[in-house]
Write a protein that binds this ligand. Structure first.
Ligand code: MF3
Ligand code: CO
Length: 264
């Protein structure tokens, strides 16, 4: 069952997502060669607790950390450790919190120093894929219109869509219905209406779309070890139209969104 949210609830979900956005912003400025991924995890957890929030991933199905740190061929659920970042790596940070009963969830992929042209193109494609997807979040459209737009764009860029992970409803739980695959035919699934809150999260790869999970039982990697990028934000269809809840307000998310659409 899809839980459609009131404007009041969306305000609460936005507050939680602004905490996620603030912390991801802080983490992004910590990313440099030599940093250990566990330093990023510690910072994320401490700052969440400082702001009155609880990390949402820690303990979720036994996940041991607060942050997911996925480097290069790692798709998602990379475990923070004493591993250090190296010049030329790309790292996806995925973070979620619970605050005052509402969940926030977002992820971005960042360069470590100078990265290869293909890595840059991959990161940009994941971000653009998210925007291609959310353009379809309009009353009357269907959930799989989002999926199809993401797949069509990513494959036209020459990249592949990871199929084992999906976007999801979010708000009162971390994962709610509906599931939002990043691939598939359009025109399927529930009709979109006001009050829908979704975490849209394309994960893409340079090579094969198939994945496997490492012996640590968490880290998902591409089966051919090609680079992978992840881009996730929580969005809501409100009275005022589509809002991106997990981009910092002072970054004028809706302005960015409109700007992108004009050039689409
Ligand atoms: N952002 C991932 C998701 O949306 C979070 C992984 S949850 C974990 O599903 F706790 F299992 F890591
Ligand atoms: Co998510």
């Amino acid at each position: 069952m899809i839980i459609y949210k009131s404007e009041e609830e969306i305000k609460g979900i936005k507050r939680s997502n602004q905490i996620v956005a603030k912390i991801l912003d802080e983490l992004s400025s910590m990313i440099k060669p030599g940093v250990q991924t566990k330093d990023l995890d510690e910072h994320a957890e401490k700052r969440a607790r400082d702001m009155g929030a609880v990390p949402a991933f820690k303990g979720y199905r036994g996940y041991p950390s607060s942050l997911c740190t996925s480097i290069n061929e790692e798709i998602v659920h990379g475990l923070p450790s004493s591993r250090t970042l190296r010049e030329g790596d790309i790292i996806s940070l995925d973070f979620g919190i619970l605050c005052d009963g509402f969940y926030g969830d977002a992820a971005e992929t960042y360069p470590v120093g100078n990265i290869s042209p293909i890595a840059k193109k991959l990161i940009t494609a994941a971000e653009n894929a998210f925007y291609k997807g959310i353009e379809k979040i309009r009353e009357g459209n269907r959930i799989s219109d989002i999926s199809n737009a993401i797949q069509t764009y990513v494959e036209a860029q020459g990249f592949s869509i990871i199929r084992s992970f999906v976007g999801h409803g979010i708000g009162l739980s971390l994962h709610e219905e509906p599931q939002v695959p990043n691939f598939g035919l359009s025109g399927r699934g529930p009709k979109i209406r006001k009050g829908l809150v979704l975490a849209i999260e394309p994960m893409i790869a340079v090579g094969d779309w198939r994945m496997e999970v490492l012996a640590d039982k968490w880290t998902a990697v591409t089966i051919d070890r090609s680079l992978s990028a992840h881009y996730e934000h929580t969005v809501a269809l409100t009275e005022r139209g589509l809002e991106i809840l997990s981009v910092l307000d002072d970054k004028e998310p809706n302005f960015q969104y409109l700007k992108r659409n004009q050039h689409a």
